[in-house]
Design a protein around this ligand. Structure first.
Ligand code: TXA
Ligand code: MG
Length: 520
């Protein structure tokens, strides 16, 4: 175990933020043996400056390459001194840099998820762990935290996307460090503050209010299904036409009975297989379901989300909750509380920040109102997954809005402000234009003059889908001439993303390279 510590004055017990290094503060470059290889994430300094107003800051890093003989503790200290200098030049003070040099086989007390370092900080700096947080891009960061009553936040930078499956759904995940910092500053007592906000949200829904809630797909604008005036406000806030019906979200399968008189066998099988989760079933509706929810249709769409906060809000509200995506009609769907805040902040009664949505595209909508189950909107559960449970299903092709069964299937949905073009293969002519933003499924070995968003370092489709809307929004804010991207492989969740892509790109057919002017 090794520490480089600064002397500190005696203070009363302070809360702390424990930060992972690689993949959380800086790029994870594998063996970091020289300061020249340090690459700070662009938001790191600003985030730490905000956090240090209230928290002592510590870095805890695992460097098993030391034990394996590929790196020395001295090299790590040199890196830490350089990084510390860079941060302190910008006004950030890290109280201590803790390095575990061991591998798992060494059986030390300091390797994450063991908590020797947080405990040492407690002793040396008089830290109050119960008011402290840990931020990292590996499940072990979250597990280390929890052991000592510290609240762990997971970031999707670095390895975050790769290990997401190992983290249970109730853990909060964030795209980047600043989003995690926002959460900590908004919920300083962590779970207690969050619980209070969830109860407040449920109360507001009972009173006929409109509350933005996180789900695993996208953020929803939630209101009581059975209060038409509240639903009316949802339509108004979104600027959504009334013929476009809403999904009723439930927390318990028993609530289906409050919405529909039947649950066909195949629908039941799907519910058993994929609820809670990104699957919406359309069933005949009960007369008690207000017409405004269903756009006057005789059917109602129902889904049980797999997000602990959504589930608790619905449970405590004691009613089914209509929740269309919490964005203006036709605009890109929100996958963080910040996205909702930017667009609808002053119009909702409350926004509950539950971090980044892990699935990142909307639920699959499948209808059981005719004899043949029909997918109306591709989404988080793929056609393959559905057919594995109930056999062959129909897939509705996109149609014009008048004839569409599911009006969310209109073209020109999910659109950013900046023009978006989707290609089968990106043309070379875009490479020199700095006013063109590029969205890539994975690195392609080319360099671009304009800003580039990589959705997954390894081309992992679920990870890329979870990053897609956020990447689109980041580029959309840069005042670019246009954004370009390639279609995803047409399988699994790639089908859902391609569906959104072609709509965001104004329903245009995939462009071929000859559609573009020659390179300048
Ligand atoms: O993942 C999701 O489903 C998100 C999160 C917040 O849960 N919600 C969402 O809601 O995407 P919204 O309102 O943006 O999309 C609802 C979709 C639309 O495509 C709509 O046309 C379809 O469900 N839908 C709703 N009721 C329907 C009905 N009775 N028949 C056919 N389609 C229906
Ligand atoms: Mg890391």
């Amino acid at each position: 175990m090794s520490t480089d510590q600064r002397p500190t004055e005696e203070k009363k017990r302070s809360p702390a933020i424990f930060l992972d290094r690689d993949g959380t503060l800086i790029e994870d470059v594998g063996i970091l043996d020289d300061p020249s290889k340090i690459s700070l994430f662009p938001d790191t300094i600003a985030s730490l400056l905000r956090l240090q107003k209230k928290y002592r800051l510590f870095v805890i890093t695992c460097q098993p390459h030391i034990s394996r003989g590929h790196l020395t503790m001295e090299q790590v200290h040199t890196v830490h001194n350089a990084l510390d200098q860079q941060l302190s030049d910008a006004g950030v003070q890290i109280d201590s840099w803790y390095t575990c040099p061991h591998t798992r086989e060494d059986n030390c007390d300091c390797i994450k998820p063991k908590s020797a370092f947080p405990l040492q900080a407690t002793k040396d700096f008089n830290i109050d762990l119960t008011r402290s947080f840990m931020i990292g891009d590996h499940p072990y960061d979250v597990f280390t935290a929890e052991k000592e009553g510290v609240f762990g936040l997971y970031v999707l930078t670095g390895h975050g996307g790769k290990h997401l499956d190992e983290l249970s759904p109730e853990k909060l995940v964030f795209h980047r460090l600043p989003d995690a910092a926002d959460w900590i500053l908004a919920y300083p007592t962590a779970q207690a503050d969050l619980n209070k906000t969830i109860s407040k949200g449920a109360e507001k829904i009972k009173e006929g209010g409109v509350v933005a809630i996180p789900t695993e797909t996208v953020y929803g604008l939630a209101a009581d299904v059975f209060q038409p005036e509240a639903i009316q406000r949802v339509f108004k806030i979104k600027g959504r036409p009334h013929f476009n019906p809403l999904i009723a979200h439930i927390a318990d399968t028993k609530q289906i009975q409050t919405l529909s008189p039947t649950l066909p066998k195949k629908a039941k099988q799907l519910v058993e297989a994929y609820w809670p989760g990104p699957l919406t079933i359309v069933l005949p509706k009960l007369p008690t379901v207000p017409d405004i929810v269903t756009g006057g249709k005789p059917s109602v769409a129902i889904r049980m989300p797999n997000h602990p906060i959504a589930r608790q809000v619905i449970e405590q509200a004691g009613t089914a909750v209509a929740a269309p995506s919490a964005n203006l009609f036709t605009y890109t769907s929100p996958t963080t509380a910040q996205h909702v805040q930017e667009q609808l902040g002053d119009q909702c009664d409350l926004i509950i920040d539950g971090g980044a949505c892990r699935i990142g595209v909307e639920s699959t909508v499948i209808s059981f109102v005719t004899d043949e189950p029909t997918i109306l909107r591709p989404g988080g559960i793929s056609k393959e997954q559905i057919e594995a449970v109930i056999g062959p299903v129909q897939q509705q092709m996109d149609k014009a809005q008048e004839e569409s069964e599911s009006p969310g299937m209109l073209p020109n949905h999910y659109a950013p402000k900046t023009k978006l073009e989707a290609y089968e293969t990106l043309p070379e002519s875009i490479e020199l234009d700095e006013k063109i933003g590029i969205i890539l499924l994975q690195p392609n070995g080319r360099s671009y003059a304009g800003p580039v968003e990589i959705l997954s370092e390894t081309g992992n489709l679920p990870e890329a889908a979870a990053n897609f809307y956020a990447a689109l929004r980041r580029l959309d804010q840069l005042g670019l001439d246009k954004m370009v991207t390639e279609y995803f492989p047409n399988r699994g969740i790639g089908i859902a993303v391609n569906n959104r892509l072609s709509k965001a790109a104004m329903g245009r057919a995939p462009l071929s390279n000859s559609d573009l002017p020659p390179p300048h």
